[in-house]
Design a protein around this ligand. Structure first.
Ligand SMILES: [Zn+2]
Length: 476
């Protein structure tokens, strides 16, 4: 029997507001333990929360950027559970009236564009962090993260493969980076992803029992976890067993999942509306103000690249889907590069180099000005396009400007007619047979001559100039 994997995601995103969700403490990563806390975020009795309006703005921005409806009258709820890093004994979250609902994100897959539904985006706060020092028989708790504003983005179970999951995460992260509401660093935990996975016989409409896999700290581990967990569930079913609804932990080192706890349902948390906070009432003006603040979104960029700059559809989608790539592209154009040339370098050669180095587009170190300078060097004939590829590699690996790399790598094209003229004369003199052939009308002999000249100049001769010089010399 063939099985289909059904994947939904819950993505937690830490918002980059200046202060926390319900108090005035600074929202910052990497400060000394328990230096960014106050009685409110430490959960002391008698303290009262005040909602951070900037966090509400950011959540609405995320909703608008993912085509959601904005809930006009929304409430915060208490999610009750005990954990040492949860100062209040409950998390302030949203269950009944999430701020954003019914949106979608389009992703580019190998088989075309696919729409992934966004069920909701709700606001909540982060918990503190337990620290387990090596070799000590104690654990410490750091409350700096307690009360940091979070949004949780919940998708519909619309993804069907590890590849779709990875592309969705990348697309979503680029949208969030583009609107500037989070730094989305998976390694620092500002973007965290839990994956709900179930399998079912192909063609079946009914959903299988799902598990939730946590602790995915990179796009790669999300993809690997999906593949592992789907295969594990198929094994369980084929072996006559039943998949148990539970929360799993993914171990990146072994590439396997293990049970963390049995999965809770929402009624286990005894949710109830938060009595200490006012309802959030969002009117048309508020939404209009946020809409005005939104920068050009990747999708709008894509359409502009295609229609106004004549970039082919797939390339336009790739360029616009990465904040870093589109920034380099636009700066290169501003610095004088032709759109098609800039797009070709970024999509073709650079993508392959990134793949070889296991790098993300966010990690590209060179600037759009550098790319424009590289293209200008080729246009002027200073270097050949083959040498251009070497320079681009150098830019990626060292961050040095193209002119410096051309010099260091000795790639300057020989465009000096006098210097090349000597070589041309000599080659014609040394090869009377092909010269006679050429004069007798065998124009193909030209390839032999230019080949010889390239050999002598180690590929640095300007090919257009070479042909001119040989044609002149062979006429004599
Ligand atoms: Zn505080």
């Amino acid at each position: 029997m063939k099985y289909e994997t059904v994947i939904g995601m819950e993505i937690h995103v830490e918002l980059s507001t200046q202060t926390k969700m319900f108090c005035g403490c600074a929202n910052a990563f990497g400060a000394g333990e328990n230096t960014l806390c106050c009685p409110v975020c430490a959960g002391l009795p008698g303290t009262l929360p005040v909602i951070n309006a900037a966090a509400v703005d950011y959540c609405i921005m995320a909703g608008l950027a993912t085509n959601c409806e904005i809930t006009r009258h929304s409430l915060m709820d208490r999610k009750n559970y005990h954990y040492p890093d949860l100062t209040k004994g409950f998390q302030t979250s949203q269950l009944y009236y999430p701020l954003c609902r019914n949106g979608y994100v389009d992703i580019e897959t190998e088989s075309g564009v696919k729409r992934i539904g966004i069920r909701e985006i709700h606001m909540e706060e982060d918990a503190g962090k337990l620290v387990h020092p090596d070799g000590q028989s104690c654990s410490r708790v750091d409350y700096n993260r307690a009360g940091v504003p979070l949004i949780e983005i919940v998708t519909q179970p619309d993804m069907r493969s590890a590849e779709e999951g990875r592309v969705f995460l990348e697309t979503l992260r680029n949208i969030l980076l583009c609107i500037g509401i989070s730094d989305c660093k998976m390694q620092e935990g500002s973007l965290r992803c839990d994956v709900n996975i179930s399998v079912r016989p192909e063609g079946s409409e009914e959903l299988g029992t799902r598990t939730e896999t946590k602790n995915l700290n990179s796009f790669r581990s999300a993809g690997r976890a999906i593949e592992y967990e789907a295969a594990r569930q198929v094994d369980v079913i084929e072996g006559g067993g039943r998949v148990v609804q539970q929360t799993l932990r993914y171990d990146d080192a072994t590439g396997t999942t293990s049970a963390l706890r049995s999965k809770e349902d929402s009624h286990d948390y005894r949710y109830f509306p938060e009595p200490d906070l006012m309802p959030i009432v969002v009117d048309e003006d508020w939404i209009a103000r946020i809409r005005e603040r939104l920068p050009e979104l990747p999708e709008t960029k894509r359409i502009r690249y295609e229609r106004e700059l004549g970039i082919p559809g797939r390339d336009a989608r790739m360029l616009s889907s990465s904040r870093r790539l589109s920034a380099i592209f636009e700066t290169a154009m501003a610095a004088g590069a032709a759109p098609r040339a800039a797009a070709n370098w970024l999509i073709g050669d650079l993508m392959r180099m990134l793949k070889d180095r296991l790098l993300d587009t966010e990690e590209i170190g060179f600037s759009g000005e550098d790319l424009a300078a590289l293209i200008a060097l080729i246009d002027k004939g200073t270097i050949s396009s083959t040498a251009g590829r070497q320079v681009l590699e150098g830019m990626l690996d060292t961050g040095k400007p193209p002119s410096k790399l051309v010099e260091e790598l000795g790639l300057t094209q020989i465009s000096d007619a006098d210097a090349l003229g000597e070589i041309v004369k000599q080659i014609v003199r040394d090869n009377p047979k092909p010269a006679a052939d050429y004069r007798a009308g065998k124009k193909k002999a030209m390839a032999f001559f230019t080949g010889q000249a390239m050999k002598r100049t180690k590929g640095k001769a300007n090919p257009v100039l070479l042909q001119e010089l040989f044609a002149k010399e062979l006429k004599k």
